[in-house]
Design a protein around this ligand. Structure first.
Ligand code: C5P
Length: 235
């Protein structure tokens, strides 16, 4: 069986809710994402609980600081035994290379990926912080910076996946949130894609939260998504 391509976003406020969800699924069905809210309330202990149960954990803390601080944070994250971590590409080349070096020196290096431009930022927001050009151009530039600094991939919108796949090649890992099965509501996401369309566009991993975690039957919702993308997975 192929490795799971769905990363379920555990956007729960408490460790209990997250552990409860993890108890209903298996590491063959999905990987799990722990973000800032859950990590701030539940801490490293929850991450270790999930990894000890055999789950690949994406620790989504989006580090962005001076190079030495980010390197230390990446090392600490790697020690938790997680599968994937991320940093902001806007931290610049020296920060990205420091993160790369710190992760490479670990016994079991997690995948290191970069956030390019937050998908919540539109052109006006870019101007506010002094970034010129359009969002797609900025995303491509930052993805190239991440790749040139030795990172394994980026988080991006599925709408950008085709361009980045073409520009950055097949080895570069594309992790895409903003995924909605055809019958799901949008919640607060704006530019969404179905799981199969995102895979066709070149995504390697789909980050999916509410369409699974808030579904009346989360296991069924996850199984349906895995079935939808099964024929799209290129090994
Ligand atoms: O519930 P939903 O599927 O919208 O959850 C998407 C997850 O992906 C959330 O954890 C959200 O923080 C994360 N994310 C996102 N857009 C980004 C980066 C991360 O939706 N650009």
């Amino acid at each position: 069986m192929n490795q799971p391509r769905v990363i379920v976003a555990l956007d729960f406020a408490s460790a209990d809710a997250a552990v409860n969800f993890a108890g209903r699924v298996t590491p063959r069905m999905c990987r799990l994402k722990v973000g800032k809210e859950l990590f701030t309330s539940a801490g490293p202990q929850l991450v270790q609980t999930l990894t000890q149960r055999g789950f690949d954990v994406f620790l989504d803390l989006k580090f962005h600081d001076i190079p030495a601080t980010v390197a230390g944070a990446c090392k600490a994250a790697a020690r938790l035994g997680v599968w994937m971590i991320n940093v902001h590409a806007l931290g610049g080349r020296a920060m990205l290379e420091a993160a790369r070096d710190a992760v490479s020196a670990c016994a079991r290096p997690p995948k290191l990926i970069a956030v390019t431009l937050l998908t919540s930022m539109a052109q006006g927001d870019m101007q506010d912080v002094g970034l010129s050009g359009d969002p797609a151009g900025a995303v491509l530039k930052l993805a190239r910076l991440a790749q040139g600094s030795g990172l394994d991939g980026v988080v991006c919108s599925a709408q950008e996946a085709r361009l980045l796949r073409a520009e950055c090649g097949h080895q570069f890992c594309l992790v895409t949130p903003g995924i909605r099965p055809a019958q799901s509501g949008l919640d607060d996401q704006q530019r969404v894609m179905t799981p199969s369309a995102a895979m066709d566009a070149g995504s390697d991993y789909l980050v999916i939260g509410r369409p699974v975690t808030q579904a009346p039957d989360p296991v069924q919702a996850l199984n349906d998504i895995n079935q939808e993308i099964a024929t799209r997975i290129k090994t």
